[in-house]
Design a protein around this ligand. Structure first.
Ligand code: PMP
Length: 417
């Protein structure tokens, strides 16, 4: 077993102060104050081990993969394919060739919509998404439904930000081919009941794609236990680099899908008359991939995997509970998204205040939060709001961060009043 794989089998004690030391950026100041980074839903910070893996690759291993006979090419190919195996183990896929490297969640969903959709969607077929989807899990389905004259249906939600499962049941029918929903909502934090969604969809013969962008940073996912058909996530939200992501797909589904893009690596043989395609996973990986991205993602997974998932979940649940309690004490503040099962994401609005103004005043105090519609405009329309302020926590955040956020919010509101 190589070092990276071995790292996944050993656990380290969960000590937030020592974790913080692993993330160099957390030592910096912003606007003269220590950085309080609460924008992890947009992108997470990188531990030194990821930064070092990227640095090491470019200093020591850089080469193009798969077709080189020379030493460096073989080294880079091995590192890239080891990274695929690291991801496979992390999500418990049955085979490494069911793990495709993509540019990120958006690219993964577009791949399925374009490739599977073009081959299998017939006029009048139905694709089901939900009100809380990120634009990345709306627009690719709109595009392919337009092209194939298929129908896009939307699961309504309750005011709490939970899926209306009764309505979902009634949306499922003979023509439902695909159900594509977020595992965890980026704007609300809702953890969707994906086991039920998968079971109910399969009962109707529909496939399920889960957008796991906001899930994998917070909890372990087992694609085999879930029996999910496609699972998408991004490297950068799980402490890895930008520009790399994963699409997991079941072998038989991927085998029956046409290539997404044409070019190097996805071919077996090319003549001007006819091209035959490579086997999985290469069939879906045209062109020189983000080699260092894959290697950096594996380093990130190794980093996360050293901690007991339970310890990580408990820490984030504590932050969520503590922040919810403290924020609710601020007059005029309303939390958007009050589902029973939530990841450590809190969206809120404050009566009479625009989220941008609040976010700007927090930034002046060194606090990074996200403001706006969070790429979920239809969800904001549902709540009749322009956007929210969103604090999204990661393993390196602390109760002290929450205290500083709350104090800074109070100061911001004094300035705005
Ligand atoms: N889905 C969800 C739920 C997200 O939070 C995001 C990123 N905000 C995406 C999809 C898109 O991810 P990426 O930009 O990395 O492709």
């Amino acid at each position: 077993m190589n070092k990276a794989l071995a790292a996944q089998t050993e656990t380290s004690p969960f000590d937030v102060e020592s974790i913080r030391k692993d993330f160099p950026i957390l030592q910096r100041e912003v606007n003269g104050r220590p950085l309080i980074y609460l924008d992890n839903g947009a992108t997470a910070q990188k531990p030194k081990s990821v930064i070092d893996a990227i640095d090491r690759y470019y200093r020591d291993q850089n080469s193009n993969i798969h077709r080189g006979v020379h030493h460096l090419s073989q080294l880079a190919t091995q590192a890239y394919e080891d990274a695929r195996e690291t991801v496979r183990r992390f999500i418990n896929a049955g085979h490494d060739y069911e793990v495709l490297f993509t540019r990120g969640t958006t690219d993964s969903i577009n791949l399925v919509a374009a490739s599977w959709g073009r081959r299998f969607l017939e006029p009048g077929d139905e694709v089901v998404i939900s009100t809380m989807e990120h634009h990345s899990n709306i627009v690719p389905w709109q595009m392919i439904c337009d092209e194939r004259r298929a129908i896009l249906k939307v699961i309504p939600i309750h005011e709490s930000g939970e899926l209306d499962m009764v309505a979902f049941q009634s949306l499922l029918g003979d023509r439902t081919r695909m159900v594509a929903i977020a595992h965890v909502s980026n704007s609300l934090g809702t953890i969707n009941p994906v086991e039920d969604v998968i079971r109910m969809s399969h009962e109707h013969g529909a496939l399920v794609l889960l957008d796991g962008a906001q899930c994998v940073p917070h909890m372990r996912v087992d694609v085999k236990a879930l029996d999910v058909d496609f699972y998408a996530f991004s490297g950068h939200k799980i402490f890895g680099p930008t520009g790399v992501g994963i699409l997991y797909g079941k072998e038989d589904l991927l085998n029956n899908m046409p290539p997404y893009q044409g070019g190097g690596d996805m071919i077996k043989k090319v003549t001007f008359e006819k091209t035959t395609y490579n086997t999985l996973p290469h069939k879906f990986e045209a062109g020189t991939p983000n080699i260092v991205g894959g290697i950096g993602l594996a380093a990130a997974i190794d980093y996360v995997s050293q901690f007991e998932p339970r310890a990580l979940a408990d820490h984030e649940q504590d932050l969520l509970d503590y922040a919810t309690e403290k924020l609710q004490q601020i007059p005029g503040l309303k939390i958007i998204g009050t589902a029973e099962h939530k990841a450590s994401v809190i969206s809120f609005i404050i009566e009479g205040q625009h989220p941008f103004d609040v976010g700007t005043l927090l930034d002046q105090q060194g606090i990074a939060v996200r403001t706006g519609h969070h790429c979920t405009q239809p969800l904001m329309d549902y709540y009749h709001i322009p956007g929210t302020v969103r604090a999204s926590f990661a393993m390196y955040n602390t109760r002290a961060d929450v205290d500083i956020l709350v104090a800074a919010l109070k100061r911001a509101l004094e300035m705005l009043s």
